[in-house]
Design a binder for this molecule. Structure first.
Ligand code: FE2
Length: 446
């Protein structure tokens, strides 16, 4: 219901939510209190950092810095715009979490109402939200990106919290980062501390288990070489790579997916029509398509970096001495119409490397290590966002259970057999051959 957007609240300059803007006062004072009262927090309610004997780090007097404020904003979104709002929020979230005094921010859908959400933001102080944020560039940009989705004014309340952020064992560490000049880095370090401490509290590792975890990470680092990246593999199997990729994905055009651990920055430059298969043992396959902008315009000269495994499921870097360096890899330049084409072989599904700590993790949890067959792409062009994605081979095993959670239905492509001899001749292969057509749509830089 597009017309409903007009019912939304117009972006309010310098506000996390429209209500917050009411607090702005030229002199920096809290003015014009809204439906809920902002009251000074009684001294007696401040948290005492020494009261939790098990976590005492300091016997210094109670520190007001240890109290944090949780903003709960109940949002209603214009019906039909929920998905757009969620995408806009994901894009704008770094602006919010990078704002002065913002410690974390999360958006939670209402379990009973499709158009309702809870925006929960943790602030170092009440003033950070109601005075500083609305008048800041971050506040203006955040409101500009999300407030026009609101259907009516958000209902906002602020709460003091005695959660882990106010626990001396955690807050002392968070506080140690308070002078970090870069606000984004400060927010990340604080968030990392709070969530890592929360995880440790939940898992309650023994000292032996914690040492085991340290040894696991140490081994992951030691396993890394110029051609092996165990940490990317760990990020992949934990679903973090896909989460980060999805949060940063372009809003329109071809879906993105993970980079994977086998990309090399020095992919051999090849001419359109060249083969990236240097072995010549398997049935030829042609991959072709166009690189287009979101409006359907061709993107001439787009840079297309591709890499894939063999029909046996190995990348060149996994079989030195068996495969020549650069086998299965190529970097192409699209022609004046944005077209690209190259010869290769149909890749196989394959197991991610299991001879390291990540492999042991999978084995311990009875997870299989397989990825469905795919060809990797990184596509870029001046004026467009770079896209990292895959073309998955339709009907490949493991499309439903990719070990790194990277499959998106829109990226599954038919690798169909073609008997067309004239077409085969045009690609310098013999019929029948396998042909996959994969158009790539890039989003313009905003
Ligand atoms: Fe791969």
């Amino acid at each position: 219901m597009l017309g409903g957007e007009s019912r939304g609240v117009k972006p309010t300059v310098g506000a996390c939510c429209p209500q917050a803007s009411r607090f702005t006062h030229p002199a920096g004072r809290i003015a014009n209190p809204p439906v809920f009262a902002i009251r000074p927090v009684p001294r007696t309610r401040r948290l005492d950092p020494v009261r939790r004997g098990a976590y005492v780090l300091s016997k210094s007097p109670p520190n007001e810095e240890l109290t944090v404020i949780v903003e709960n904003a109940h949002l209603r979104i214009v019906p039909g715009r929920e998905a757009d709002f969620e995408r806009a929020f994901r894009a704008a979230q770094p602006i919010l979490t990078g704002a002065q005094g913002c410690l974390s921010a999360g958006l939670f859908p209402d379990a009973e109402d499709d158009s309702a959400y809870l925006l929960q933001v943790t602030w170092r102080t009440l003033r950070d939200h109601v005075v500083t944020f609305p008048g800041s560039e971050a506040g203006r940009r955040f409101a500009e990106q999300v407030a026009h989705f609101f259907d009516g004014e958000p209902q906002v309340r602020h709460f003091e919290t005695s959660d882990i952020a106010a626990d001396p064992a955690t807050s002392a560490v968070v506080d140690s980062f308070r002078d970090t000049p870069d606000p984004r880095l400060r927010a990340i370090l604080g968030g990392l501390t709070r969530h890592l401490h929360a995880f440790v509290r939940e898992a309650r590792p023994s000292i032996a288990e914690w040492n085991q975890a340290v040894e696991f990470l140490t081994e992951a680092g030691q396993k890394c070489t110029d051609t092996r990246q165990e940490f990317i593999l760990l990020s992949d199997v934990l679903g973090v790579s896909m989460l980060v990729e999805t949060m940063n994905a372009q809003q329109t055009g071809t879906a993105s997916t993970v980079l994977g651990p086998f990309h090399l920055t020095e992919s051999p430059r090849r001419a359109l029509g060249d083969s990236i298969d240097l072995l010549g043992k398997a049935r030829p396959c042609v991959i072709s398509g166009r690189v287009l902008g979101a409006d359907g315009e061709p993107v001439p000269g787009a840079d297309i970096d591709v890499w894939q495994c063999t029909e046996d499921g190995f990348y060149d870097v996994q079989q030195p001495g068996v495969q020549p360096p650069g086998n299965g890899r190529g970097r192409f330049t699209a022609d004046g119409d944005g077209r690209y084409w190259f010869r290769t072989v149909v890749p196989s599904h394959y197991p991610i490397p299991t001879d390291g700590p990540v492999g042991r993790l999978l084995e311990s949890s009875k997870r299989h290590p397989y990825r469905p067959a795919h060809v990797h792409f990184i596509v870029g062009a001046a004026g467009y966002r770079e896209l990292t994605t895959h073309a998955f081979v339709a009907d490949s095993p493991y499309l439903e259970s990719d070990a790194v959670f990277a499959v998106k239905p829109s990226l599954v492509v038919d690798f169909a057999e073609s008997p067309d001899e004239a077409e085969a001749a045009g690609y310098h292969v013999t019929a029948p051959f396998v042909h996959a057509q994969f158009d790539i749509i890039l989003e313009k830089h905003s």
